[in-house]
Design a protein. Structure first.
Length: 256
């Protein structure tokens, strides 16, 4: 009986189809990250390529870190707390970061130019094209970084302009005595012949002089907007060229 039971069980199991094999989980295709070239090649040409490439890559990665520091600084610095010392210190700290971003990007671009020169002197057209493509993509990332530094410098220059264009208390009193308003670049003087309707129209539709609009965003609000813009560039613009450069590293040194 036991043998018949075992045979019947085996027959049942043979009829039941086995469960489908679990299909392997598809792995997302990741773009290679930009990193320095670890292999040291023997020929002088290859050694030169790797030296300049690693220098440019390291500079680009360091510049990404400085841009990240800049974004944090922009979000944490209050330029409108009413303390002129705090404002000046904050602007100077941002100025130092802008200088570092631009200088590093330019130093990296110098290395990229050396790579392009090697590519131009390479006799094999395939190797020349591959090396130039790598250098161009890396140069694009460095250029995007340099634009961040330039735009930050533009923001700081405008803050300096706003500080210089403000009336101090003595000037405001003199303006009131002379023009009837404390800021004649924002509000029309009272001593000019103009109908009330015309005055209302002018005050409503004629924009104040640059740096004198009381409805303009504050420096701190502009900081936050700049931080958001730089964050977007750091996460969606600069990585495009960096990742494209990473994909071309192997082809650039294939002939070594």
């Amino acid at each position: 009986m036991l043998q018949h039971a075992i045979a019947a069980a085996a027959l049942i199991l043979s009829v039941i189809p086995p469960p489908p094999a679990a299909s392997p989980t598809p792995q997302p295709t990741s773009t290679p990250a930009l990193k320095t070239i670890a292999t040291v090649r023997a020929s002088s040409r290859c050694a030169s390529i790797i030296t300049h490439a690693n220098s440019a890559i390291s500079t680009a990665l360091d510049d990404d870190a400085v841009i990240g520091q800049t974004i944090t600084q922009l979000r944490l610095t209050n330029l409108d707390d009413g303390n002129p010392i705090h404002r000046r210190n904050g602007l100077e700290a941002l100025g130092d970061l802008a200088k570092r971003i631009v200088m590093q990007a330019r130093a990296g671009d110098d290395e990229v130019k050396r790579l392009r020169a090697i590519a131009a002197a390479t006799k094999d057209p395939i190797e020349s094209k591959a090396l130039k493509a790598f250098a161009d993509q890396l140069g694009g990332a460095l250029w995007d970084q340099q634009k961040v530094g330039r735009d930050l410098n533009g923001f700081l220059a405008y803050q300096d302009f706003r500080d210089m264009s403000k009336w101090d208390e003595g000037q405001e009193k003199m303006n009131e005595a002379t023009f009837g308003v404390s800021d004649p670049l924002n509000t029309l003087p009272t001593d000019i012949g103009m109908t009330p309707a015309a005055r209302q129209y002018m005050n409503q539709y004629v924009p104040p002089a640059l740096g004198h609009d009381p409805n303009e965003a504050t420096a701190t609000q502009q900081e936050k907007a700049a931080a958001d813009d730089f964050q977007r560039r750091l996460t969606t613009v600069i990585p495009v060229d960096e990742n494209q450069a990473a994909m071309r590293i192997d082809a650039a040194v294939q002939g070594c």
